[in-house]
Design a protein around this ligand. Structure first.
Ligand code: AP5
Length: 213
């Protein structure tokens, strides 16, 4: 199955996708993770992306479409995958439909993670991430056993540059202007399932499994 996790920054798309990778083995294709990896590898694509990400703006469509079109051709994506953070604009969604059609495939399910803006600010400003293994924590909700240290690999936890308050507001504005129109795009195609993602992660996971079945 080809699934899209759609929703504002901080709505829990990555948290739930990582759990599904662990429990179901479906590949998670996160454009945010791909871009951060390009930044830490110091590639020219990473350098270009960083200038947009640090300001809370979207990276140009051509860049992320190129990343995804290459990735979905990999062997591990042949029987399905989860898209986390892509598409984020109507041109990205149209490009995805076109590239899948050329391969005789299509998006089957789009899950919208619904959370109010004030809760998103709380989640993003408190998020701490392990740069080594990608595990996520929160200073209030999911604290590591030792402050600032990843439980899984012992690495130091950091706050993402775009999780600073001023950038969070810009990311939310960009979501409402450029990404929210995708809700109508996929609703018209009859693929959209909405879930209340403001509740506990385990409850969100149960709703997600139902939405995908
Ligand atoms: P990206 O990395 O995709 O960030 P995002 O969409 O802004 O998503 P987040 O990772 O911030 O949130 P999430 O929904 O995954 O929530 P999470 O599970 O982490 O993109 C970063 C940037 O890259 C963009 O701004 C843009 O510049 C660029 N980019 C990426 N893709 C692009 C594209 N397609 N086109 C153009 N540019 C692109 O959870 C957040 C926090 O909440 C965590 O601390 C977590 O522990 C906690 N939490 C999760 N669930 C719950 C819950 N149910 N209850 C309480 N706390 C919870």
């Amino acid at each position: 199955m080809i699934m899209i996790f759609l929703g504002p920054p901080g709505s829990g798309k990555g948290t739930q996708a990582k759990r599904l990778v662990g429990e179901r083995g479906w590949p998670q294709l996160s454009t945010g993770d791909m871009l951060r990896s390009a930044i830490s590898n110091g590639t020219s694509l990473g350098l270009e992306a960083k200038s947009f990400m640090d300001k809370g703006q979207l990276v140009p469509d051509s860049v992320v479409i190129g990343l995804i079109s290459e990735r979905i051709e990999s062997g591990d994506c042949q029987s399905g995958f989860m898209l986390d953070g892509f598409p984020r604009t109507i041109p990205q969604a149209e490009a995805l439909d076109k590239m899948l059609l050329e391969q005789g495939r299509k998006v089957e399910r789009v899950v919208l993670f619904d959370v109010k803006d004030n809760e998103l600010v709380r989640r993003l400003s408190g998020r701490r991430t392990c740069l080594k293994c990608g595990s996520m924590y929160h200073v209030e909700f999911t604290r590591p056993s030792r402050d600032g240290i990843c439980d899984k690999c012992g690495e130091m936890l950091v706050q993402r540059d775009d999780d600073k308050t001023a950038v969070i507001s810009k990311r939310l504005e960009v979501y409402h202007q450029q990404t929210a129109p995708l809700v109508g795009y996929y609703r018209k195609q009859g693929k959209l399932r909405e879930l209340d993602a403001s509740v506990q992660p385990d409850t969100v996971y149960e709703s997600l499994i139902k939405a995908l079945s």
